[in-house]
Design a protein around this ligand. Structure first.
Ligand code: SF4
Ligand code: SF4
Length: 443
């Protein structure tokens, strides 16, 4: 394992943009390009810009180290051109390094989808069902790189940068200890500005509905978006699956709008959401190509939140099919097939300027600046699985004293996973099969 991969492993670094893949595994490679994802793809979120503006030089120095460790000829930081301050900060920071550059992106969704990003920054096409490594590229999120810079200075991952936006009184981007509750995050942002609200963990397009405000912030919580419960963005997630499937059967007119705008389809992948809808509606073989094509869906939400004129949800149908296929032990058969970019792709990318009004988000497109707060929670809940792979194994027990930054859970031997560190100094108050609870005062 190279030096930066080992750094990531020791410090518990995982993909901070939402994916949670253990970074040490990703960095244990030789590639031609390192791409830093600063696209800030989800509307309203501003963590990447905040870090680029605040800490551009540290990020560039760390990126150069990553580039050298992976033997890459170049490293490219992708930032939307409209984020002028972040672009300027990035360009100034990379100036001393000839092999680093900033690549400005257009303002479309989903510019930050890993496959889209690789194509936009390198011209290379990740095969369907594949990963960027297959085309000589490693993609890192901005905060992941920031966490590597922290690790270099001896600090493991104990905190998370989170934007709290939408219908809150004071939107902001905060750095908080892992394990604070989502309810506490809303308090930091002044509380909800509407009486009947829902919270999306991860942003309006791909975020998941938060069921309980006691849920903890984890290594992959990038944004919390508060919206009125009746917002279409909330409703498309809240509707029961049975109703979604019934609607698909009764109302889908096979107009193909969802397919025409599907970002994965436009990259030439064998995913046609209108055919997924047809297959789900009328049954047939569970392993027929239109059904298993659901494996290729990135769940970006373009089809249900933007494309479909009838408000149907090929995304939810694809999610349901993927779950059902996984239950049956069916694996993705659509791997590595050659892909060719659709000739209309550049005209069919979804402009964010049109997306915001369509989602009813324009009133919430307000700045969410970095807000320096010292939030010292009395208690944190640390799930043992905050990453792709096996849950970490606790190395502390109830009643133990722990110091902030101390290792509390280790990667199980021989498994894919990530280490976990205490985010406050205090005591281990509780251990469940899935989490550790730490408290500041002795129980
Ligand atoms: S856009 Fe809507 S109605 Fe048209 S094919 Fe797709 S799901 Fe069916
Ligand atoms: S969510 Fe819809 S638009 Fe996005 S990849 Fe899946 S099918 Fe395509």
């Amino acid at each position: 394992m190279n030096a930066v991969a080992e750094l990531a492993r020791r410090a518990g670094v995982v993909g901070a943009g939402g994916a949670g893949f253990p970074t040490h595994v990703k960095l244990d490679a030789r590639v031609e390009y390192v791409v830093v994802n600063g696209a800030e793809c989800e509307p309203l979120l501003t963590v990447d810009q905040t870090l680029l503006i605040r800490d551009g030089e540290r990020l560039a120095a760390m990126l150069e180290e990553v580039r050298q460790a992976l033997g890459a000829q170049e490293a490219r930081i992708a930032i939307k051109a409209k984020h002028e301050k972040a672009v300027a900060a990035g360009k100034a920071a990379v100036a001393p390094y000839p092999a680093l550059q900033v690549v400005p992106l257009g303002d479309f969704y989903p510019a930050g989808d890993e496959f889209v990003l690789v194509y936009e920054t390198t011209g290379r096409l990740v095969p369907q069902g594949g990963i960027p490594l297959q085309v000589g590229v490693v993609v890192l999120n901005v905060e992941t790189l920031w966490n590597l810079a922290e690790a270099k200075e001896g600090r493991p991952v104990t905190h998370k940068w989170v934007t709290v936006a939408g219908a809150v009184k004071s939107p902001g981007t905060f750095r908080v200890p892992l394990g604070v509750s989502i309810g506490e995050m809303l308090t930091l942002a002044g509380g909800a500005g509407v009486p009947d609200f829902a919270v999306l963990n991860g942003g309006p397009m791909m975020g998941k509905l938060v069921e309980n405000l006691a849920e903890p912030v984890t290594k992959t919580t990038k944004g919390l978006v508060v919206l009125p419960r009746l917002s279409p963005v909330v409703q498309v997630r809240a509707r029961p699956l049975a109703g979604i499937l019934r609607q698909a059967r009764a109302a889908c007119c096979q107009c193909q709008e969802c397919t025409d705008l599907c970002p994965r389809h436009l990259l030439g992948h064998g995913l046609a959401p209108h055919k997924v809808m047809l297959a789900a509606s009328y049954g047939g073989s569970r392993v027929a190509a239109p059904v298993t094509a659901a494996f290729l869906c990135s769940e970006c939400g373009v089809c249900d939140l933007y494309a479909c004129p009838l408000g149907l949800s090929p995304r939810r149908v694809s999610q349901a099919l993927k779950e059902e296929l996984a239950r049956q032990g069916v694996k993705n058969p659509h791997k590595g097939a050659p892909a060719g970019v659709h000739s209309w792709r550049s005209y069919r990318r979804v402009p964010v300027a049109r997306l915001l009004p369509r989602l009813g988000l324009k009133p919430y497109a307000r700045p969410a600046p970095a807000r320096e707060v010292t939030w010292e929670p009395e208690q944190v809940t640390l799930p043992l699985k905050q990453h792709v792979g096996a849950p970490a194994e606790a190395v502390v027990a109830v009643g133990d004293r722990v110091e902030a930054g101390q290792l509390v859970a280790e990667i199980p031997a021989g498994k894919l996973g990530s280490r976990l560190f205490a985010s406050l100094s205090g005591w281990v108050a509780e251990q469940t099969p899935t989490a550790l609870v730490l408290v500041r005062r002795r129980p």
